[in-house]
Ligand binder design. Structure first.
Ligand code: PMP
Length: 368
């Protein structure tokens, strides 16, 4: 009854959503602030008849609005002072939209990575990547992180690979490589292999590798509306790269589902892009809350990995990550614990509102 390939699947596990009580939910890197009121307005105004018709299969208006927004903002919502200007204009044909960046990533794995050589990635990075590799029968070469959790760039380049992928800043460590470091890697990487940088968390770091698209035709950048744009429930992600790569993703999409971004999603996404200042303000608040909360934990004797994202890894000597996770859950707060080497002693905490983080701090300081 079941295809043999089904037995090979090893599905990704998202953060839990227990229903037994109300929790402060800090376990899925969601944004604690609501989407812009302009999104509510757009949703109210969608003519019902639009839902009876197929949406624009290529999200044309949304793609051009995203391109405009990236051009206006140096490519990142709260650009750091040292983030260079984009040395070129991003055009809509450089953008591909999908049903969450998870789906965009799935198309990327299908379109660019062959099975004759391994795909190279850090041993610890977004845990969905190995799931896609299993799904498409792509071999993997996982390169261990350095002791300080940074990427071992040379070891990754030393692999004879079909492509390269990592998140920057990386998940679940929160650590980022600089644009110069990624430039150095791209300079040494074969030009006929796709080099993917997943910038899901870039709006919380202030840095993006988008300026490098001018130099490297094989660079593909993945973005999501789920984190900085408060859209995890809406499902909208995109890729940015040279038009040839975007065409390959469109061919892949049209061989699977013509309409990954539905009419509601496209209208809401366009409205979200019209209120960028609102999201930039929220990102700044989250970055500030992250830094304040991290400093308080460190002052209380916790180990915190310095993060450039909307989450942190934290550990307390003498306690496993699971101990900490369980203790916090008893207080009605959910964080995430990964039972994997290297980070088994840590919990991953999504940054919420200052009020949520105050409640969490109180709970964590009881762990002695
Ligand atoms: N990339 C990374 C690094 C992530 O952490 C996530 C969130 N789980 C995603 C992509 C997927 O985000 P989404 O599908 O919500 O756009």
């Amino acid at each position: 009854m079941f295809a043999r390939r089904l037995q090979q699947l090893n599905p990704y596990k998202p953060g839990e959503q227990p229903k037994d009580r109300e929790y402060i939910k800090l376990n899925a890197n969601e944004n604690p602030y609501e989407p812009s009121p302009k999104v509510a307005e757009a949703l109210k105004n969608i003519p019902l008849k639009k839902l009876g018709l197929y949406p624009d299969p290529d999200s044309s208006l949304l793609r051009s609005v995203i391109a405009d927004e990236l051009n206006a903002s140096r490519g990142v919502l709260v650009a750091a002072a040292d983030q260079p200007e984009l040395p070129f204009k991003i055009t809509p044909d450089m953008i591909f939209c999908g049903n969450g960046s998870d789906e965009v990533l799935s198309f990327v794995f299908y379109a660019f990575f062959d099975s004759d050589k391994p795909l190279v990635l850090p041993e610890h990075t977004y845990s969905f990547y190995p799931v896609y590799a299993g799904y498409y029968g792509i071999q993997l070469k996982k390169v261990p992180l350095n002791a300080d959790f940074s990427l071992d760039k040379q070891a990754m380049l030393d692999v004879d690979s079909t492509g390269m992928i990592f998140a920057n800043p990386n998940a679940p460590t929160g650590i980022e490589l600089s644009i110069e470091e990624i430039d150095g890697m791209l300079a040494k990487y074969p030009k006929d292999k796709v080099f993917v940088v997943d910038e899901a968390y870039t709006d919380f770091s202030g840095h993006t590798v988008l300026p490098l698209l001018q130099k490297y035709q094989n660079l593909l950048v993945i973005r999501t509306f789920s984190k900085s744009m408060s859209f995890a429930g809406m499902r909208l992600g995109y890729a940015i790269g040279n038009p040839e790569l975007i065409k390959a993703l469109t061919t892949t999409k049209n061989s699977f589902n013509h309409f990954p971004a539905d009419a509601v999603c496209q209208a809401a996404g366009i409205a979200a892009c019209s209120d960028i200042e609102y999201y930039a303000r929220n990102c700044k608040k989250i970055m500030q809350t992250r830094d304040d909360f991290s400093a308080k934990l460190v002052a209380a004797g916790w180990q915190v990995v310095p993060s450039k994202t909307n989450f942190i890894l934290a550990a307390k000597k003498g306690f496993s990550g699971n101990d900490v996770y369980q203790a916090i859950k008893k207080d009605g707060i959910l964080v995430r614990y990964f039972d994997i080497d290297l980070i088994r002693d840590f919990v991953r905490i999504t940054i919420g509102t200052p009020e949520q983080m105050a409640a969490l701090l109180e709970s964590m300081l009881k762990i002695k």
